[in-house]
Design a protein around this ligand. Structure first.
Ligand SMILES: Cc1cc2nc3c(=O)[nH]c(=O)nc-3n(C[C@H](O)[C@H](O)[C@H](O)COP(=O)(O)O)c2cc1C
Length: 191
């Protein structure tokens, strides 16, 4: 199992959020830790259907490529969701993934109900996000979603690495100063 699990939320291959995530991965590697990248847009999985099946069991009734991810999430020390901002939130692919974490939310709160849940303070989640505009509030929706996703995944929200004013494909790759900062973020995210 990898120390850091990175979910790519963009439907765009080699897009800006992916370039940023790759810089973070270089930092993770330099820090001597391991990572695994999961490209959500390449997976076949359904959005949550709200059937309530996981309410009593903590397990999702759907049989698709989301299922193996639950175990990976539970054993990762860090989970990073890297997504561009779409309409002041994360992408549809990333949101479908977050919604499917409802099963983990139920799994956790079933344990809370039995008094056996224990928060591991060394399990953290981060949002990595890129937006075209420079609006002060452009990341607020995504941050709020990721905070609640972390709660479901049993992670402490560790913060975000967000970049404004990046739009065209290839633009992120040209911002070497930000990529250097992202690498440093990756190197330190397991501290
Ligand atoms: C459907 C769609 C919605 C978007 N909505 C926003 C938005 O609300 N605010 C913003 O600043 N940028 C928005 N953008 C721009 C993307 O966040 C930007 O192009 C980003 O760099 C794309 O990252 P990627 O290459 O990783 O996909 C939107 C782009 C698309 C395609």
């Amino acid at each position: 199992m990898s120390d850091v699990l990175i979910f790519l939320g963009s439907p765009r291959k080699n897009g800006n959020s992916e370039v940023l995530a790759e810089a973070i991965c270089r930092g993770i590697e330099k820090g001597g830790d391991s990572y695994e990248i999961v490209r959500l847009a390449a997976l076949e999985f359904s959005p949550c259907i709200g059937c309530g099946g996981c309410d009593k069991t903590g397990h999702c009734v759907l049989e698709d490529q989301m299922i193996p991810l639950y175990e990976k999430i539970e054993s990762a020390r860090r989970v990073i969701l890297a997504s561009p901002i779409y309409f002041y939130s994360i992408t549809a692919q990333a949101k479908a993934f977050v919604d499917r974490c409802q099963a983990l939310w139920n799994r956790k709160y079933l344990q809370v109900g039995k008094g056996v849940w224990q928060q591991d303070s060394d399990r953290k989640g981060y949002l990595v996000a890129v937006a075209a505009t420079r609006g002060e509030r452009v990341f607020e929706g995504a941050i709020l979603t990721m905070k609640y996703a972390c709660d479901a995944m049993g992670l402490i929200y560790g913060g975000e690495f967000s970049v404004r004013g990046i739009d065209r494909r290839g633009e992120m790759a040209g911002d070497l100063a930000t990529l250097a900062r992202a690498e440093e973020f990756g190197r330190r995210c397991l501290d």
